[in-house]
Ligand binder design. Structure first.
Ligand code: NAD
Length: 400
């Protein structure tokens, strides 16, 4: 198996991972031709989007420093699947010259590279700012510096709306979830009209980037759209306790380890299966001239909500075993209820999610089982090393 060094110099890495069966063999093909640039492209969302473009025969440049444990596996998978159509720039977003060179040849840009965890941002807010806020500003400057800047899609977060503590909540009759007392909020979720209220260093750095992207569209005419995303889940997600909770719960259960619920487990999210998000990305780029300068809330919406306790129930139904659970205190910035109102993007493009919660969780479960991800720790970067599965997770056929 090819080993990817953790380096910002990509030339050796690319040569080492580039398969010969599907490529033209020179290792530097297609550099002059137009491509889609995905920063953070080896990550969960980036890999799914890249795969869609590559399957369609479009060239993709993955710009990623591979800092997230496990994503080197995604990168290798993409190169093995798609050969020379995919090119890697194993580099940091702080490398402005390299970023500019990549932007210059791109037909579209998706900016996903980020420090993604609230918890990590609390430990090192300066690094979080450097990657998320300064990194995005660097990308915007790269766009501003080229002649015909390619259109940009930036992934922001629901954390820009803060803790939402003013929303009166009640418990549902089963005691499994919170829901707003306001019937209109229950029906529609949180819209873009909600005032911005950055919470946590991560909320601040992503919110800053979100506002810079909108302002570069307004001030410099860069074509750009922002998605303020709720919880996304699906294959290629190396979920940890800090980010990617749906995948994290499934991985922990497969390892027969206990899952820690921070708070009472009744907090609610709308969850969106990653393929539905990819459809939304493509629609945003297709309608860019109309949508530029706008931010859209993006998630599963009121039709695809789940609480932590309810996910445990879905998992029990899937695996036939009761997940082990511990409880701990609420974490800073935790929202008890967040559901995206996606009506604005739906009205603009006709988009709506196709994959329901049970079907999506079953598909993620199956991917984890087939890829032997779950038995290794996603925390310590040794995902390749422990492919032993517990019987309940082995070859089980999962009905969607
Ligand atoms: N997954 C979600 O539920 C969710 C929700 C809201 C917003 N988002 C946003 O979507 C984007 C993608 O998230 P994801 O879930 O795919 O996360 P991910 O961690 O899987 O992907 C992020 C990628 O960025 C790379 N990266 C990190 N720092 C970098 C740097 N300094 N330079 C270059 N590359 C760097 C990582 O190696 C990783 O491959 C992020 O911007 C995140 O904030 C995700």
């Amino acid at each position: 198996m090819n080993k990817l060094p953790n380096t910002t110099d990509n030339s050796d890495v690319l040569d080492s991972v580039k398969p010969s069966h599907n490529g033209n063999g020179n290792g530097h093909a297609h550099h002059e031709e137009s491509y889609i640039l995905i920063t953070g492209g080896a990550g969960f969302i980036g890999t799914n989007l890249a795969h869609r473009f590559l399957t369609n025969g479009q060239r993709v440049v993955i710009y990623d420093n591979l800092s997230r444990p496990g994503v080197e596996r995604n990168y290798r998978w993409l190169t093995q699947m798609h050969g020379d159509l995919v090119r890697g720039e194993i580099a940091d977003v702080s490398d402005h010259d390299r970023l500019r060179r990549c932007v210059a040849g791109a037909s579209q840009v998706f900016h996903f590279a980020a420090q993604v965890a609230v918890t990590t941002s609390l430990v090192d807010p300066v690094h979080d700012f450097e990657v998320n806020a300064r990194g995005t500003l660097g990308l915007l400057e790269a766009l501003r510096s080229v002649k015909n800047p390619p259109p940009l899609l930036f992934t922001s977060t629901n954390k820009v709306y803060g803790g939402l503590q003013d929303i009166a909540l009640r418990k549902n009759s089963n005691g499994t979830r919170y829901e707003p007392e306001d019937p209109s909020l229950r029906e529609h979720g949180i819209s873009e009209a909600r005032p911005l209220d950055f919470h946590s260093p991560y909320g601040c750095s992503k919110g800053t980037a979100d506002q810079y992207v909108i302002d570069y569209a307004r001030t410099y005419g860069i074509k750009a759209v922002v998605f303020r995303m709720s919880c996304i889940y699906g294959p290629h997600q190396f979920g940890t306790e800090d980010q990617g909770w749906v995948a994290h719960f499934l991985i922990r259960a497969a390892q027969r380890e206990s899952i820690t619920l921070y708070g009472d487990g009744m907090q609610v999210r709308d969850i969106l299966f990653v393929e539905d998000l990819v459809n939304a990305f493509l629609l945003a780029q297709k309608n860019m001239s109309r949508l530029t300068g706008q931010a859209f809330n993006m998630g599963g919406g009121p039709g695809n909500t789940i609480s932590l306790l309810e996910l445990l129930r879905v998992m029990r139904d899937l695996t036939g075993t009761e997940p082990r659970v511990d409880f701990d205190d609420w974490r800073p910035g935790d929202q008890r209820y967040y559901v995206s109102d996606t009506a604005s993007f739906r009205a603009a493009t006709g988009w709506q999610p196709q994959v329901g919660v049970r079907q999506g969780v079953a598909r993620l479960y199956r991917w984890l089982a087939e890829s032997h991800i779950a038995a290794a720790s996603a925390h310590n970067g040794k995902i390749d090393k422990a492919p032993a599965f517990s019987p309940a997770w082995g070859a089980a056929e999962v009905a969607e």
